[in-house]
Design a binder for this molecule. Structure first.
Ligand code: FAD
Length: 406
């Protein structure tokens, strides 16, 4: 196996020992070895959330633990630590079921759930954490199965804060959702050239539209200033593109709910229609190839108009802004205690910037300028300065050379 196979290519693991675990027995043996030899353990799944690469310790790769078993009778899935949401979606679809997955099917199930999991239908179905039934893990004490009944404090911590050092999740049991009647896609508006300020009207129209929207509709907006690069399709090259990603459980009622947004903007493309859960990558159309990126986020109660203006107008090094609409079921108190951040927020604003990863793990080449772009945009939204202002799942890449005030 390779130790550099990560979605995040800007940081590279350099372990002393690599163990490709095939089950809890291997994990227990790896932890025992690490204890004996004084090695720090880093768990590696897909590397989407890689922030701290392994340096001389023990890298535990979970990729081989990717078994997925759906029980259609109870509408649950048991997914191994190496499974991705694409794996679960494929296994659930024949039973008319879908998981509470997010925008990118290639994200790992365990890493996503550790942060709580902001799903495509979060306003209808709540956070993915709400659907977790059990977490199987191995720690210094051996293997154990954690549920709300067996260990309420650990169950809450594992769904939001995530595993502690020395804890390795080996599998999770998650409730599945009905797949039928899902509607979704993207509304796209080209705002103009990337190197000139764009018109913020479409961004404001989306924000206004979210105001009285029922929980049946979950949406987010992204503004991507594409570089003038030859590998991009001609219609994106050098253009600033706004996309509203929408997923609705309102079925035939979706068109009526979307009507004000469709009327407010002259959209260049509109792909909202019946949505197969295996095809949800088209909703947010995020890049599906490994690359070097960093980013951060802020949870807010409302969207500052000036912050939105700045997102549309900003020029300079590439920075992608994504805003997810929260509230609805994502704003309800959980039935089973958890540690998910963001239930009291109305929006999650995250900014992501590609950088020149030089592979040595210190993230210095190009990262300073990329962080400045990220912070410049996020600072336009009130509440940024508060401790714990962001959601941990949307913080990416190497740390800043100079600490931000957060
Ligand atoms: C393109 C993209 C889209 C995204 N979309 C969403 C979204 O819609 N909603 C959302 O909530 N999040 C989203 N995320 C964030 C994502 O959920 C986090 O980055 C998550 O940490 C990725 O988990 P992973 O297992 O894929 O990655 P990894 O980087 O492999 O793991 C992430 C962290 O979890 C730890 N870990 C992984 N497996 C285990 C284990 N078995 N035991 C103990 N620790 C483990 C790792 O050590 C690492 O610290 C997105 C990220 C990207 C890059």
């Amino acid at each position: 196996m390779t130790t550099t196979r990560s979605f995040q290519t800007g940081l590279v693991h350099a372990p002393t020992v690599v163990i490709a675990a095939t089950g809890p027995g291997d994990v227990a043996a790896a932890l025992a070895l690490a204890r004996r030899d004084g090695l720090e353990v880093t768990v590696h799944s897909t590397g989407h959330g890689l922030c701290r690469p392994c340096r001389g310790g023990l890298l535990l790769d979970t990729a081989a633990m990717d078994a997925v078993a759906v029980d259609p009778r109870t509408a649950t899935v048991r997914a191994g630590a190496g499974a991705t949401w694409a794996d679960v979606t494929a296994a659930a679809a024949p039973h008319g079921l879908r998981p509470p997955s997010g925008s990118a099917p290639s994200v790992g199930v365990v890493g996503y759930l550790a942060g709580g999991g902001l799903g495509l239908t979060a306003r209808t179905d709540g956070w993915a954490a709400d659907h977790v039934r059990a977490v199987e893990l191995v720690d210094g004490g051996g293997p154990r199965r954690v549920t709300a009944g067996s260990d309420p404090a650990a169950f809450a911590r594992l769904r939001g804060t995530g595993p502690e050092p020395g804890e390795v999740v080996t599998a999770v049991e998650v409730g599945l959702l009905p797949a039928a009647g899902l509607v979704g896609g993207g509304l796209v508006r080209v705002l103009g050239p990337s190197d000139a300020p764009g018109d913020p009207a479409a961004l404001h129209a989306w924000a206004a539209w979210t105001a009285d929207l029922p929980g049946a509709v979950t949406s987010g907006v992204s503004v991507v200033p594409y570089p003038d690069a030859p590998f991009l399709p001609a219609h994106l090259r050098g253009r600033r593109v706004l996309r509203v990603g929408v997923v609705s459980t309102a079925g035939a009622g979706t068109d009526a709910l979307l009507a004000p947004l469709r009327a407010a903007v002259a959209w260049d493309d509109d792909t909202v229609g019946p949505l197969d859960p295996r095809d949800t990558a088209r909703v947010y159309a995020e890049p599906d190839f490994p690359h070097a990126y960093l980013g951060d986020d802020v949870l807010v109660g409302s969207l500052d108009p000036a912050g939105l203006d700045a997102v549309a107008a900003r020029t300079g090094p590439m920075a992608v802004t994504g805003i997810r609409h929260l509230g609805g079921a994502a704003g309800r108190a959980p039935a089973v205690a958890d540690t998910v951040r963001g239930r009291d927020a109305a929006f999650l604003v995250n900014v992501l910037a590609p950088f020149d990863g030089d592979g040595d793990g210190d993230g210095t080449v190009g990262a300073d300028r990329a962080w400045a772009a990220v912070d410049g945009l996020l600072d336009g939204f009130a509440g940024r300065a508060a401790a714990g202002a962001g959601h941990p799942s949307f913080r990416y890449g190497p740390p800043r050379a100079v600490s931000h005030r957060r």
